[in-house]
Write a protein that binds this ligand. Sequence first.
Ligand code: PEP
Ligand code: CO
Length: 459
Amino acid sequence: MKNWKVNSWRKYPVKHVPEYSDKKVLDQVLDKIKTFPPLVFAGETRHLKQQLSEVVDGKAFLLQGGDCAESFAEFNPDNIRDTFKVILQMSLVLTYSASLPVIKLGRIAGQFAKPRSAPTEKKGDLELPSYLGDNVNGIEFSEKARKHDPKRLFKAYSQSASTLNLLRAFSHGGFADLKKVHTWNLGYIKKSPQAKKFKDLEDKIADALAFMDACGINSEFNRRLKTVNFWTSHEALHLPFEESMTRVDSTTGEYHATSAHFVWIGDRTRQLDGGHVEYCRGIENPIGIKCGPTSKADEIVKICNLINPQNEKGKITLISRFGHDSVEKYLPKLIRGVKKEGVNVIWSCDPMHGNTIQSTTGYKTRRFNNVLKEVKDVFAVHQSEGSYAGGLHIEMTGQNVTECTGGAKNIQDQDLSSRYHTHCDPRLNADQALELAFLISDEIKKNSSYSKNAIQAAS
Ligand code: PEP
Ligand code: CO
């Protein structure tokens, strides 16, 4: 790797990296974190990258989801369990209906730092620094809470470690046994229209499992029916923290971000000559790159080449987030530009970040129909361009929140206040997330013949 060091990003301009007034304390904190155990291991990250290469070839689907921002206040085992459950249920819908393996990637166990549209927030006469995520400052609107405090990084590390510990236990300790997953029902989903669809699926899966059991294939003898691979991801925004969690893999000598298996570069920090791209080009992890209306195809190709000079499959995921009425305007050009240069990428769709609006009642929200429309348009564009829509990136929770309007329960602007808990952007609740999974499995089924043909033709 030419001229790359774990701290070479410091020589480049960076956006959205928090400033700290007490640099000495920050350095002490970072020096300490450098001595902490890694959260994930290089071998796991390599395994994920290998699985992701299957998505590039149209043989698997990537499902990435979780909170916009994790918080210290919402940190509890039920929240972790329910997010895990919904991601597993969504992937069950996709795996069964679309007959594709689903790679399960949480926005979890480290998704704290947030880029904000303005550096300060004003209420009345008082102007304070914006909330930048619980690992930087507090959400309360007070001078004390909004002060950037480096020691919050310790708490974020520790919360990530405990979250990951529970996720590992759920994934491998019997909780995720296929025999049980299809019968899970999150209490409040039982009453929703998704429940009927899920019940039908449950019956079909029960039949399939009974048949397999009769053939001697069951979770007692086959570990794969009893465990899942569940990976973690977050935006690699807080570069000082990421630097302190970057380690050399002793078996290969390569650098790995050990804060998560997968990290992504946000829409506001993907400058070709910026520190975030510089940091990401030196680590072995799979990298996501958000692409928005301001992304130019040639620039995205240059970023891909810089981060992935070997054009390794599974290394880069382009996460498009244009907004429900702009997909046709921007996505075809991007796909063509990337294809022309033969760059290997996974195409994932983030139908959330281009669809954030202010509700009539003053809440930041997203209309579920707009989310659905963006997903449908993305599938349609990929179909006409002969490329494979291989992933979904969403902000969701297993809790019964009222943050996005619409969906089966038809949440209205007036309902948003009843259970609006997010620390940043509005999330889909479990109902809405499952509805989306059913829609996507239909789209994949519809498109599967074209994508296989397209991929065969291209290879
Ligand atoms: C996010 O994923 O939370 C985010 C800030 O997205 P984007 O960079 O696409 O705006
Ligand atoms: Co967000």
